[in-house]
Write a protein that binds this ligand. Sequence first.
Ligand SMILES: *[C@@H]1O[C@H](CO)[C@@H](O)[C@H](O)[C@H]1NC(C)=O
Ligand SMILES: *[C@@H]1O[C@H](CO)[C@@H](O)[C@H](O)[C@H]1NC(C)=O
Length: 212
Amino acid sequence: MSMIMLLLLFNLMLTASYEFEYFQMVQQWAPTFCSGIGVTCKVQPPQNKFTIHGLWPSNFSNAKLICSGGDLQQNKLPHRLSTKLKKHWPNLKCGNDFDFWRYEWRKHGRCSNPPLNPNQYLHTTIRMYLNYDLLGMLNAAGLSPSTTFRQYTYMENVLKNAIGAVPSLRCNVNSQSNEDQLYEIVICFEENSTNLIDCTYAPGNCPDWFVW
Ligand SMILES: *[C@@H]1O[C@H](CO)[C@@H](O)[C@H](O)[C@H]1NC(C)=O
Ligand SMILES: *[C@@H]1O[C@H](CO)[C@@H](O)[C@H](O)[C@H]1NC(C)=O
């Protein structure tokens, strides 16, 4: 076999070796998350902040990934990491923060192992979050949270221009006003967790107009 063929084969093995094909990095807007139907949050009123919901290894086909493997262990989290996690990945509902991280790891995170072990998964999520300050980007474009109706394509374009890839906007329904409101923004990354890609395979569910 020629060297080229060996290299090609090796490359194929590398790219086909994971359970997933890309990442959805999901952030939630605390106020609208908490005012959604059926949600009770422990801190009222919640901060005007995007916080981490989770990092979801995903397939382009939207196939549900079934993952197995080790658990997250509280006593294995370095202090500096858990301090960051508490700040940026809080459990907004009742229940402690660690339980939320462990839930996300069990449901999604394990599918990213390999290549990411539990602590690498948590670190990667924090890095993605800190690298893309969604609120700062929206503010820079003159958008700040209010009860104003926004147009999907407008807000999508503002973020697309800022990050260079199409995000997905997800809405829930406000328990008092019954209006559709933006409560999650998803940005997508390639399998190698550094390059952004369009979230084409995980489309948003907001209507053309919604409140944020
Ligand atoms: C997702 O895609 C990967 C890579 O193609 C594949 O190995 C895996 O079986 C897929 N998972 C599902 C549930 O389809
Ligand atoms: C991630 O993948 C992209 C495209 O496949 C490549 O340009 C980039 O250098 C990769 N980054 C790393 C850290 O491997």
